[in-house]
Write a protein that binds this ligand. Structure first.
Ligand code: NAD
Length: 287
C-alpha cells in the first residue's frame, strides 16, 4: 500500500483557524489578547528568521508578539533581570527563550527563572510534573505536534503498541506520558536498545511509530509493521536538502499514514507554542 501523507502545513492551518476563534472569544470576554515575549540573545541570522516566522504565525492567530533582542555579551544576571521584568508584567502571558544561548550563560538556570505560569515551552519541572499527573494544559510544543498528527488520523491509541525512538527531554520523554495518558502501550528505544541489538524488533511491533533521533534515514521501510502510523520528528540537513530519520520512500510502502520531512511535524510545532500561549493566558487572566 501507499501511505496517506500527514500534511503538517494543512493541519497547522486548521489548528490556527481554531486558535484564532479562541483568541477572538477571549478578546470579547476579557478585552485583552495573549502576548508572547521571545527572548533572543545575539544576532544569529537563522534564529532571527525563525523569530520572524513565529511572529507571522502569532499575528495570524491574533496573539501579540514581542521580540526582545539582547546583546550577545549580556551578563547572566542582566538576562535574568529581563526575564523577571517579563514575569512581573501582567500584559505578558508567555515567555520563550531561544536556544542556544551564549556559552557564558547557563540555559537551565536561566529557563528556571521564567514564571511557571508563563513557561510556554512547558519544560520547567513544575510543568513537566503536571504532565505526569495527567490533564496538563501546557505541553512541550514538539510532542504536542506529534499528538495532533496522530489525532488527525482518527486512529485510537487505546491498547495500541506505540514505539518512540529517542528519549530526549524535549521530544521522547514527554511523549511517553502523552501516549500513556491515551492508554497506548509505550516502548521507548534509545542507544541502549541499539547496543542490545533490539531496535528493529521493537520497531516491528509498533502500530504507532515516532522517531526523534537526528540520524538521516535511520529507520527502513522493511522494519515497519504493515499499516503503522509513522511520525518522523527528525530534521537532518544533507547538502541543501532536509530529510527525516525515516527512509520516506520505503516506509511509505508499509505505513498507513506518514509525516513528510520537511512539512510534517515542523509546521505544527510553532502553532502548538501559540496554543500554549493561549493556555497560559487563560491560567493568568480570569475573565
Ligand atoms: P537528542 O539528540 O536530544 O536525542 C536523540 C535521542 O536519540 C537520544 O535519546 C538517543 O539516545 C537516541 N539515539 C541516538 N542514536 C540512536 C540510534 N541509532 N537509534 C535509536 N536511538 C538513538 O535529539 P532531539 O533534540 O530529541 O532531536 C531529535 C531530532 O528531532 C533531531 O533531528 C531534531 O532536529 C529533531 N527535532 C525536530 C523538531 C520539530 O519541531 N520538528 C523539534 C525538536 C527536534
Amino acid at each position: 500500500m501507499t501511505a496517506r501523507l500527514l500534511d503538517g502545513k494543512l493541519l497547522a492551518e486548521s489548528v490556527k483557524q481554531n486558535l484564532k476563534k479562541e483568541v477572538d472569544a477571549l478578546r470579547q470576554k476579557t478585552g485583552l489578547v495573549p502576548r508572547l515575549a521571545n527572548i533572543l540573545v545575539g544576532d544569529d541570522a537563522a534564529a532571527k528568521t525563525y523569530a520572524n516566522s513565529q511572529k507571522k504565525v502569532a499575528q495570524d492567530i491574533g496573539i501579540d508578539y514581542g521580540l526582545i533582542n539582547l546583546p550577545e555579551d549580556i551578563s547572566q544576571k542582566k538576562l535574568i533581570e529581563s526575564i523577571e521584568e517579563l514575569n512581573r508584567d501582567p500584559g505578558t502571558h508567555g515567555i520563550m527563550i531561544y536556544q542556544p544561548l551564549p556559552a557564558h550563560v547557563d540555559y537551565r538556570l536561566v529557563a528556571e527563572c521564567v514564571d511557571t505560569a508563563k513557561d510556554i515551552e512547558g519544560m520547567k519541572p513544575a510543568n513537566l510534573g503536571k504532565m505526569l499527573l495527567g490533564g496538563a494544559k501546557i505541553i512541550p510544543a514538539t510532542p504536542a505536534a506529534v499528538m495532533e498528527h496522530i489525532k488527525s488520523t482518527g486512529v485510537k491509541l487505546r491498547g495500541k503498541e506505540a514505539v518512540i525512538v529517542g528519549r530526549s527531554e524535549i521530544v521522547g520523554k514527554p511523549l511517553i506520558l502523552l501516549l500513556l495518558e491515551q492508554s497506548a502501550t509505550v516502548t521507548v528505544c534509545h542507544t541502549g536498545t541499539v547496543e542490545a541489538g533490539l531496535l528493529t524488533e521493537h520497531i516491528a511491533r509498533a502500530d504507532i511509530l515516532i522517531v526523534a533521533v537526528g540520524k538521516a534515514g535511520l529507520v527502513k521501510g522493511e522494519w515497519i509493521k504493515e499499516n503503522a502510523v509513522v511520525i518522523d520528528v527528525g530534521i537532518n540537513r544533507i547538502g541543501k536538502t532536509i530529510v527525516g530519520d525515516v527512509d520516506f520512500e520505503s516506509a511509505s510502502q508499509k505505513a498507513s499514514y506518514i509525516t513528510p520531512v520537511p512539512g510534517g511535524v515542523g509546521p505544527l510545532t510553532v502553532v502548538m507554542l501559540m496554543k500554549n500561549t493561549i493556555e497560559a493566558f487563560k491560567l493568568q487572566v480570569k475573565g
